[in-house]
Write a protein that binds this ligand. Structure first.
Ligand SMILES: [Zn+2]
Length: 286
């Protein structure tokens, strides 16, 4: 058998790789409901509900380019206008596509997210803020429950639950098989928010980033945060400095989790974020 010539291999790598590289994918997760799983780790996933009255989109990606990719997929399924956009939080990778995906849409967020993103009044978009009691929309015969679970990944996250479809869009409260980035949020309330989600009837979990998931991945992510919390809290009470705590973490059960040092999304970064929360709380108590 002839061995392939080296130049043939190089040509094949050059020509074949783009074909083999992952592309954004659309998953039908309910009647009229779709998950858009981004092919760019730096850009968030989206969830959208299609109806004759208009389309609701949860998160729009990092920028105009990512927004166009999302809109292209939406247009394959429906010509209806995008009338509502939910931004799960203020990070740019979740709302950078807003103006492309739904230039005339009502943007739904928490007041905190709005405070972090509001433009000068004359160019501001139509905005609806979700208070402590949440917001329930009825669209095309579907119920959509939008609620703020309290400080978690940031101070102003939203979660979107579709009870009829047993589906949930978590924003960055959950990433599939990955350490999360932690903003100025609250680790303990974050775990409580995940426990609340796990108590809901759900089959489809759309994470902030990476693959579409089920309840078991959500459970495992929750267990990771709870293990991290327990270990850091115990060593913190013993008075160990952060570096010693980071060196003593026992998280082998989560060795396949993605870790991104450039996004401060590693075991050590997560331990540091919680350590800072504990330190801040202790100072407030005194
Ligand atoms: Zn985020």
């Amino acid at each position: 058998m002839n061995k392939p010539h080296l130049s043939t291999i190089i040509v094949c790598i050059a020509l074949c790789f783009p074909v083999l590289s992952p592309a954004a994918s659309i998953h039908k997760i309910g009647f009229d409901l779709y998950a858009y799983i981004s092919d760019n780790d730096a850009s968030a996933n989206s969830t959208f509900l299609v109806s004759d009255q208009g389309i609701l989109v949860v998160d729009t990606g990092l920028n105009a380019q990512e927004g166009r990719k999302l809109l292209e997929q939406i247009r394959k399924l429906s010509p209806a206008p995008v009338r509502w956009i939910v931004n799960t939080h203020y990070h740019p990778d979740h709302r950078g596509g807003n103006n492309v995906v739904g230039p005339d849409a009502i943007v739904i967020s928490t007041a905190f997210t709005r405070s972090q993103t509001a433009k000068p009044a004359k160019e501001s978009s139509v905005n609806e803020t979700v208070g402590p009691n949440g917001l329930v929309l009825y669209l095309g015969g579907h119920e959509i429950r939008i609620y703020h679970p309290g400080p978690a990944h940031t101070q102003g996250d939203l979660v979107v639950y579709f009870p009829d479809e047993r589906a949930i869009a978590t924003g960055d409260l959950f990433l599939t098989n990955s350490c999360p980035a932690m903003d100025d949020g609250d680790m303990e309330n974050w775990i409580a928010a995940l426990d609340h989600m796990l108590a809901l009837p759900i089959e489809h979990v759309v994470p902030g980033h990476f693959e579409l998931a089920t309840k078991s991945e959500l459970q495992r992510f929750r267990n990771y945060l709870a293990d991290l919390r327990d270990q850091v809290a115990r060593m913190y009470r013993q008075g160990l400095p952060l570096e010693r705590i980071q060196g003593s973490l026992a998280l082998d059960a989560y060795n396949n989790f993605r870790q991104y040092p450039n996004y401060e999304a590693t075991f050590k970064d997560n331990a540091a974020a919680y350590y800072q929360q504990l330190t801040k709380r202790k100072m407030q108590e005194h």
